[in-house]
Design a protein around this ligand. Structure first.
Ligand code: SF4
Length: 195
């Protein structure tokens, strides 16, 4: 048991104990989420605290992280994503590139530049990582984002500035060098300006 609880530490239970019982035993209060089985595991919210620790219900691999109401679950997921991008060994391209793309998408949302298209891209990225990664790290890298996006959706939606696509960088500015090289500065050489 770790995280926001008065008595973190090592506990021993028979299979079938509820998450709610474990939270009470370790002195957790105002808990909004529990991350089971580490960064790549399952994130549950308070509606699921009666779930039982067992392979048939909630597998924990012996690890539960507690997050109280003071935590921003978007930032929790972003922190896990940074971990996966750092830990990717680089052996296979889907994971090496995919975890970095995922980190950049979360950074874009954190910067307040997100759009619904970014959330859809995360879902697409998950399909790619699950289908094409070589090992479990890549297969599960999107789990914390998908779980928190489902259960703590407002934490994501308040970061969306627009319902349209929003680029993560200044596209027109990025064309400046090409304009200088070609000697062009007409409307057709600018992004988003009718030619
Ligand atoms: S999926 Fe596994 S093998 Fe492939 S880059 Fe990620 S950590 Fe390495």
């Amino acid at each position: 048991m770790s995280g926001d609880c008065a008595r973190p530490g090592i506990y021993e239970y028979p299979f079938g104990v509820s998450v709610r019982q474990v939270l009470a035993d370790c002195g957790a209060e105002f808990t909004q989420a529990v991350q089971a089985s580490g960064a790549s595991g399952t994130c549950i919210d308070e509606t699921e605290f009666d779930r039982r620790i067992a392979f048939e219900d909630l597998a924990t691999a012996g690890a539960l992280m507690v997050f109280d109401e003071s935590r921003d679950m978007f930032e929790v997921a972003r922190s896990f994503v940074q971990f996966f991008a750092h830990e990717s060994c680089g052996f296979c391209t889907p994971c090496r590139v995919g975890t970095t793309l995922l980190r950049k998408l979360m950074d874009k949302l954190a910067a307040g530049l997100g759009s619904p298209d970014d959330l859809a891209q995360i879902v697409d990225l998950n399909h790619l990582l699950q289908a094409a990664s070589h090992c479990g790290l890549g297969h599960t890298a999107c789990n914390p984002v998908l779980d928190t996006m489902k259960r703590f959706r407002p934490a994501y939606e308040r970061r969306l500035v627009t319902l349209e696509f929003a680029p993560a960088f200044d596209l027109d500015g990025a064309l400046a060098r090409a304009r200088a090289m070609t000697g062009r500065d007409d409307p057709g050489a600018h992004f988003g300006v009718p030619a």
